[in-house]
Design a protein around this ligand. Structure first.
Ligand code: GN1
Ligand code: MG
Length: 347
């Protein structure tokens, strides 16, 4: 099925092995082994990324800035096709990209130790820091309002108005619980209008599998640059909290397994600040704890809106999947908020 793509990159069918790779919900990823070399092939979901060319343009922008100002940074750029293109388009299938598989590197599905969380936070902080000074107006917006919590809240309300009535009834308790937390969305409005909170180049998908580690478990670089665009640091720090704090991830169905590990929280803040302490404004530094609340709440709203809209965005492997994901994220939010007295002013 992906044969035309493999040919466009010059892989000989007889010498090429293809296997599915990773756990992303949006794009499709494969590992390619060909003539002893390894690669990562990805199909861009153009239902989500309406203009894949915007992604390619942003990656080029970042690549050129880093090559000029920080040439020692390991930047994993897409490889050109036989015709010299950054992407390959196949009618009926969409856009594909090929990346080199960095030798000696590995990625992780879960943050197992605070040291790994620290390494990841350093890498995401460094990425933003190295790109300070780049002209933000040159970035294309690959997903408009991607982390705009006000819009996500509005989309959730639209789902309540127009969505599947049976599902709304079934989700009543969790809907009420999320509405009761709406102050999180109001704080986001304050951030947006605060001149002390700056836009920067933000990764917007800081799960640990988007970091490459070396043999000694030191961070090498960030990968998966599809959502790199201007945003607030709260997106990156908050999504690390959402995905590293609990030993059980967003797919966990046993809510008793969801907890917030203080040492991981501290590792994220320490790692990020080790890179970003001179960049962040005092007005921003007070939003570390809030970042976690923001991103967990937004993910809960997104999963719930999708449940009510019959799983059109995230898909589902069983009927209540997105409802359970919502309950999972709401539990995580609750566990985090209980820790505010301990972690709220920690830095
Ligand atoms: C999506 O596909 P993946 O796992 O990289 C989503 C993120 C969500 C995440 C939740 C473009 O990312 O925003 O946090 O699922 N990406 C997009 O698992 O919507
Ligand atoms: Mg991603």
């Amino acid at each position: 099925m992906i044969q035309p793509v493999l040919s466009a990159y010059g892989f000989a069918e007889s010498e090429t092995a293809v296997e599915p790779f990773g756990k992303g919900l949006i794009n499709h990823t494969w590992k390619i082994t060909s003539s002893g070399n390894e690669y990562i092939l990805q199909r861009i979901n153009d239902n989500v990324f309406k203009q894949p060319k915007h992604i390619a343009a942003n990656i080029r922008l970042v690549k050129e800035h880093l090559a000029l100002h920080h040439p020692s940074y390991l930047f994993v750029a897409p490889l050109p096709s036989k015709d010299g293109n950054e992407m390959v388009f196949v009618e009926g299938q969409g856009y594909f990209r090929l990346f080199p598989y960095v030798k000696g590197s590995h990625s992780k599905d879960v943050a197992e130790t605070p040291a790994q969380a620290y390494e990841a936070a350093v890498q995401f902080g460094r990425f933003t820091r190295l790109l300070s000074g780049i002209d933000l107006d040159k970035f294309r917006i690959t997903i408009p309002d991607f982390h705009n919590l006000s819009l996500r809240y509005q989309q959730f309300n639209n789902a309540l108005k127009n969505g599947n009535k049976q599902r709304i009834t079934r989700a009543k308790d969790i809907i009420d619980s999320l509405v009761r937390q709406a102050d999180i969305a109001r704080t986001y409005e304050k951030i947006k209008s605060d001149p002390g909170v700056h836009l920067r180049v933000i990764h917007h998908d800081t799960k640990i599998s988007n970091i490459l580690f070396d043999e000694n478990d030191k961070g090498l670089c960030v990968i998966d640059l599809d959502t790199v665009m201007p945003g607030y640091f709260t997106s990156d720090v908050g999504d690390m909290m959402r995905t590293y704090l609990s030993p059980a991830n967003e797919e966990e169905t046993d809510m008793n397994k969801i907890e917030v590990r203080d040492e991981f929280y501290k590792a994220i803040v320490r790692g990020y600040l080790d890179e970003m302490k001179d960049e962040l404004m005092p007005a921003e530094k007070k939003y570390f704890f809030y970042s976690g609340r923001l991103m967990i709440y937004m993910q809960a709203l997104r999963f719930l809106a999708d449940y009510i809209n019959d799983d059109v965005y995230y898909g589902a492997s069983y009927p209540e999947h997105n409802l359970v994901r919502t309950q999972n994220q709401f539990t995580l939010l609750t566990r985090l908020q209980e820790k505010e007295p301990v972690l709220g002013n920690w830095d």
